[in-house]
Write a protein that binds this ligand. Structure first.
Ligand code: GDP
Ligand code: GDP
Length: 436
């Protein structure tokens, strides 16, 4: 289930990223280990009173080519569009500035709830200076100190009051998918082409505005899909939509709600670092993945063009060896009609459960081919294996000592499992556990 989202807005230097880092807290190290969400992250998870939420630091969305006023305006718009609650950060040291008023005016006109934080209130005297901020018309100002970690709890308490009720229940038979990829790879062209070929279900889904931009359709086989809008396809033309960071953030948000992710690549432009980061995130999240090479019409085809391209893609996405690759063109619609069936197939694989008896036969056969590793004279002993969950399929392997299960052996077992069962398109997880 997707978590509520908080966006942090405010003019530069008020302390947005300081606050963002505090909210992210100890989770940051986890996030930093995930490919793609390093240093310059603008999107992370936080937790308050056992409630998980997402946080966006709009200040990190680089719009530096734009005039200053437009930048803060666009950051506020992004917050309104993406968030359930906005934390508007100001600074007691500078008082209410013209730029604060500019941001306040934009926020004031939206329906998104706003919590007004007055930062840099490091000591009690400064905390008395916050009353001016009532003039922004956004209700009670909360004095905080991001760098000292004071007052943030009150702000989060207030924000949590506005978290939406759990309205996003997902339907079991439905497959939720999204198209992710850099700006201009052709995501919205593909979406429009796909929707042109399938029967779109017009429904009035109640709930948040974000859910309303999801599109439901039925494929020829009768499978129902919900396509999660990734690129703001429905309302195009905003400057920030074509920035890399915004597209990464959008992708990460979509991945959270998706069963299947279509990683769209541009045949002409090739693969970029950004693509690998986002795909890595989808893999970590347990999504089924299809690599979609779009704009195939732009390549001059010689013998083996496709095979060579596939090799290149495989080399760049080593850990995605399970993901099918399809070469399409949104322009000519080449092979697009195969996409729904492919999504359905990998979606089913992601839900596959294998019986323990068969699984254990496979594992024992595997051990017979390739004996378990030893370390300092001790050998890994496997007792039995069982599948504990789907989405993605997750296997617990009971062993004498989980430290003896080396990555390479785990990888070998994964390959053996993949040989025996149809897990194309989905990551699988293997968790060694010491038998008590
Ligand atoms: P951003 O541009 O809004 O993201 O602001 P930063 O988080 O980068 O902070 C700008 C400057 O303000 C940095 O030098 C921070 O160390 C400083 N700063 C942030 N929070 C506080 C605070 O609570 N008190 C004081 N005194 N300085 C702060
Ligand atoms: P998005 O930013 O990923 O949503 O990309 P768009 O769908 O806006 O496409 C970016 C540009 O690529 C547009 O000019 C499209 O017309 C073009 N484009 C998209 N798909 C194809 C394709 O399959 N072939 C060709 N030749 N151009 C395409």
């Amino acid at each position: 289930m997707p978590s509520p989202t908080i966006a942090i807005v405010g003019r530069p230097n008020v302390g947005k990223s300081t606050i963002f880092n505090r909210i992210a807290g100890e989770r940051i190290s986890i996030v930093e280990d995930t490919p793609g969400v390093t240093r310059d992250r603008i999107y992370t998870k936080g937790e308050w009173l056992n409630q998980e939420f997402n946080v966006i630091d709009t200040g990190g969305i680089d719009l530096s080519e734009e005039p200053f006023k437009d930048q803060i305006k666009h950051q506020a718009e992004i917050a309104i569009e993406e968030a359930d609650v906005i934390i508007f950060v100001t600074s007691v040291r500078e008082g209410v500035t013209e730029d604060d008023e500019l941001v306040a005016n934009i926020l004031y006109k939206s329906n998104t709830p706003v919590v007004l934080a007055v930062n840099k209130a490091d000591n009690p005297e400064l905390r008395n200076d916050i009353f001016d901020f009532y003039t922004l018309g956004l209700g009670e100002p909360f004095p905080i100190s991001g760098s000292h970690g004071i007052g943030l709890g009150d702000v989060l308490d207030e924000a949590a009051k506005h978290f939406p009720d759990k309205t996003y229940t997902q339907e079991d038979s439905m497959i939720y998918f999204s198209l992710i990829g850099r700006p201009n790879v052709g995501k919205s062209s593909l979406i429009n082409a796909m929707l042109g070929e399938n029967r779109v279900i017009v429904s009035e889904i109640e709930g948040t505005t974000r859910e309303a931009v999801d599109t439901r359709f039925v494929s020829a086989s009768g499978q129902e899909f919900t396509m999660i809008d990734t690129a703001g396809m429905r309302k195009r033309g905003k400057v920030y939509e074509k920035t890399e960071k915004y597209s990464v953030m959008r992708a990460m948000r979509a991945i959270e709600r998706s069963d299947v992710v279509l990683m769209v690549l541009d045949a002409k432009e090739g693969i970029r670092e950004q693509d690998k980061k986002v795909a890595g995130y989808a893999h970590e999240a347990g999504c089924a993945i299809i690599l979609v090479v779009n704009k195939w019409d732009l390549l001059e085809k010689k013998t083996n063009t496709m095979r060579k391209f596939e090799e290149k893609v495989r080399n760049e996405f080593l850990y995605l060896d399970y993901a099918p690759i399809i070469f399409v063109s949104a322009k000519t619609t080449q092979r697009l009609q195969q996409l729904p069936d492919l999504i359905e197939r990998v979606g089913l694989n992601q839900n596959l459960r294998v019986p323990s008896s068969v699984l254990n036969d496979v594992i024992m056969d595997a051990v017979a081919i390739n004996p378990t590793p030893t370390d300092k004279g001790r050998r890994l002993k496997i007792f039995y294996a069982t599948q504990v969950s789907v989405k993605p399929p997750t296997f617990v392997i009971f062993v004498n000592d989980e430290n003896l299960m080396h990555f390479s052996y785990s990888r070998f077992l994964e390959n053996q499992i993949r040989r025996s069962f149809e897990f194309e398109g989905t990551p699988i997880r293997i968790i060694p556990r010491k038998r008590k």
